[in-house]
Write a protein that binds this ligand. Structure first.
Ligand SMILES: Nc1ncnc2c1ncn2[C@@H]1O[C@H](COP(=O)(O)OP(=O)(O)OP(=O)(O)O)[C@@H](O)[C@H]1O
Ligand SMILES: [Mg+2]
Length: 208
């Protein structure tokens, strides 16, 4: 069986300085893989590079997703994968969520854009997703803006958004670093449950 993601000799440099120096790994469907390394070792850059989201980066190597190289495919093809087959959860939800849009609308918009859902279908599914990630009073929360949620709820909302299109691969860049210790455990347990549905590449500077 070929791997869901096969990364070969990935090298990333900024302005001539190489920060990812030929990393190789592969993940099969249903697996969970953690990239562990000290701060600045290139975990975030690795995850971002797989979707060509690392700004001003010069990237070489191969990242075969379902046999197609995300580093070489045309931009429209990659745009089709982003948020759909491959989703990403970022370290700090406040920078990843749109502060001017309600949580429900942000999740619904992904479903409208990527899955062609109607406004009503997308809203309904957004509520279901908020329930799945354990947000109480989902109707009320869906109508709120990111700053009106707690840190843990924001992180859950971001997980709900990432899962909205049932991605085959989820890139989680330090999904719990911004949270306090008790919440970290809850979110990791949640990720553990949800992992049964998606394959994970998790980046962390500590063992999780
Ligand atoms: N856009 C950029 N331009 C220039 N250098 C960058 C850029 N993004 C990252 N770097 C550099 O690349 C290296 C790797 O950074 P990266 O963010 O991947 O580290 P990390 O392993 O995720 O660290 P942390 O655990 O602190 O999140 C660092 O030296 C960083 O300064
Ligand atoms: Mg990082």
């Amino acid at each position: 069986m070929s791997a869901l993601l096969d990364v070969k000799d990935l090298r990333v440099s900024f302005g001539g300085k190489e920060v990812v120096k030929g990393i190789n790994f592969s993940i099969n469907a249903g697996e969970k893989l953690a990239l562990v390394g000290e701060s600045g070792s290139g975990k975030s850059v690795t995850a971002l590079s797989l979707l060509r989201l690392a700004l001003n980066a010069k990237i070489s190597g191969q990242a075969l997703f379902d046999g197609r190289d995300t580093l070489a495919m045309p931009e429209p093809e990659l745009e089709g994968l982003r948020g759909d087959d491959i989703a990403m959860i970022f370290q700090e939800p406040m920078t990843a969520l749109n502060p001017l849009m309600t949580i429900g609308r942000q999740i619904a918009e992904v479903l409208e854009l990527k899955k062609g859902a109607s406004k009503q279908e997308a809203h309904q599914r957004a509520i279901e997703l908020l329930i799945e990630v354990g947000i109480p009073e989902p109707e009320r929360r869906a109508a709120q803006f990111p700053h009106q949620l707690s840190g843990g709820q924001r992180q859950r909302a971001m997980i709900a958004m990432a899962l909205s299109c049932s991605p085959k691969l989820l890139l989680a860049d330090e999904p719990t670093t911004a949270l306090d210790v008790t919440l970290r455990l809850q979110i990791l347990n949640l990720i553990g449950e949800l992992q049964k549905r998606a394959t994970w590449l998790c980046c962390s500077s500590r063992t999780i």
